[in-house]
Design a binder for this molecule. Structure first.
Ligand code: ADP
Ligand code: ADP
Length: 229
């Protein structure tokens, strides 16, 4: 369970427009840290830097003390599993969508990931496990079920770090609560960074940072931040 550190990170997409103004925060090993802020604050930019889609102008991003610029792209992808807001599923079986046949994943791995994502109920209802297609010709999945498939797809790689990027923003409130409970469970043995624009979706985080115009405005637990309002 690694520690993730942003150390005085400065970054912008265009030379004359700084988006992140010297951002420093730590996600301690095994903890669940959340970054919340309005649209345009720079939240997704943090995710893109963590995946090295871009590198900071200055400052460093460290995983277990190592600058991510010194890590191969392949090991970075193994270390960090992302659950995005909208996952595109293949027009194929649930098993394939979770990762069957890719990266050496076995049926046992797939089933374990499906259980972790609380998909067992759906799988048990299928006539042949995993063999009913998702998509136009086959099974219709609800938004919540699709998101569970996406969570299982991430879990199958067993990443030590989870990045939840607005993972429940596209869901209705009731489904959101179900998925949040599952995400809370699957983050338990991992280091997890959640990105959200609503405080209500990150109530379980060990620590919350409020990001505004590329600066960290406040930090605390959910209750501390509510009291500060
Ligand atoms: P958030 O995720 O908090 O909504 P983003 O990190 O997506 O915010 O964006 C922060 C700022 O960076 C916004 O002002 C946005 O317009 C700008 N931005 C995002 N992506 C790009 C890009 N590829 N090129 C230029 N500007 C960008
Ligand atoms: P897979 O590795 O499961 O075949 P992809 O090829 O779609 O999936 O993506 C490879 C990796 O790139 C993902 O596992 C994730 O680490 C990263 N990635 C993909 N899309 C995004 C995104 N929108 N934001 C951040 N990282 C992403």
């Amino acid at each position: 369970r690694p520690t993730v550190v942003f150390d005085n990170v400065v970054f912008g997409y265009e030379p004359d427009r700084t988006i992140l103004h010297g951002l420093s925060f730590e996600v301690p090993a095994g903890q669940d840290v959340a970054i919340v802020g309005p649209s345009g604050a720079g939240k997704s930019t943090i995710a893109r830097l963590l995946f090295r889609f871009y590198d900071p102008w200055s400052g460093r991003i460290l995983i277990d003390g190592q600058d991510i610029r010194e890590v191969t792209q392949a090991s970075l992808r193994c270390a960090i599993g992302i659950v995005p807001q909208d996952s595109v599923l293949f027009n194929d079986t649930i098993g394939y969508n979770i990762g069957y046949g890719r990266d050496g994943a076995t049926i046992a791995d797939i089933e374990k990931a499906a259980r972790g994502a609380a998909l067992s109920g759906l799988i048990d209802r299928l006539p042949k496990r995993f063999e009913t297609e998702v998509g136009e010709r086959g099974l219709k999945l609800s938004g919540g079920e699709k998101q569970r498939v996406a969570i299982a797809r991430t879990l199958v790689k067993n990443p030590p770090i989870l990045l939840l990027d607005e993972a429940t923003s596209a869901l209705d409130t009731r489904t959101e609560q179900d998925i949040l409970a599952t995400l809370h469970e699957v983050s338990e043995n991992r280091t997890s960074l959640s990105i959200a624009h609503r405080l209500s979706t990150i109530a379980d985080a060990d620590r919350i940072f409020v990001l505004n115009e590329g600066k960290l405005a406040e930090a605390g637990t959910h209750n501390e931040l509510l009291r500060a309002d």
